[in-house]
Design a protein around this ligand. Structure first.
Ligand code: FE2
Ligand code: FE2
Length: 175
């Protein structure tokens, strides 16, 4: 029976499983960014709160993109359960450090998926994942730039206020 079910999709069990893991990771990123937005709201960093609301929305889109791909390929997409979201952060800067760490983690996970796809000769999924590889260049760039503001502007005096104001202006231009 199981073999018959597998015939409905060219996705191998392993690729389906790691794509479902990636769905979980994107959902977790979305929730983490939401908790960061909440912290920024509570601590008077309005621009950064907006920034994290938008980031959260984007991560949900990434999650849905993967979800739909599994569905379109005839596989079984699993609606993710997200647990263990921290709502306390050490500092304003600490949030951006965590954001960069999270993005690097996501990039590593995507690289691992592409690596497994190559090993299993699943070139359809390799092609699909290319969008995510490109997206991560932008995601890491923005997180790194945000963190650099802390060094460039400094946190003394009105520093944090200035940093907060500069956050929405960070954009990535590959050209
Ligand atoms: Fe993402
Ligand atoms: Fe991201």
């Amino acid at each position: 029976m199981k073999d018959l079910v597998r015939l409905r999709t060219s996705l191998s069990e392993e690729i389906e499983a790691i794509l479902n893991e990636q769905i979980k990771l994107e959902a977790k990123s979305s929730s983490i960014y939401l908790s960061m937005a909440s912290w920024c709201e509570r601590n008077g960093f309005d621009y950064s709160a907006d920034f994290f609301f938008k980031q959260s929305e984007e991560e949900r889109k990434h999650m849905l993109k993967l979800f739909k791909y599994i569905c379109d390929m005839g596989g079984k997409a699993i609606s993710p359960e997200v647990v263990g979201i921290d709502h306390e952060f050490t500092s304003f800067r600490g949030i951006f450090e965590d954001a960069l760490i999270q993005e690097i983690r996501v990039t590593q996970s995507i690289n691992n998926i592409v690596d497994r796809c190559h090993k299993l000769k699943d070139y359809t999924t390799v092609g699909f994942m290319e969008w995510f590889l490109k997206e991560q260049i932008e995601e890491e760039y923005i997180a790194r730039r945000a963190l650099e503001l802390f060094d460039v502007i400094g946190e003394e005096g009105v520093g944090r206020y200035m940093i907060d104001k500069k956050i929405p202006g960070i954009t990535y231009n590959p050209e």
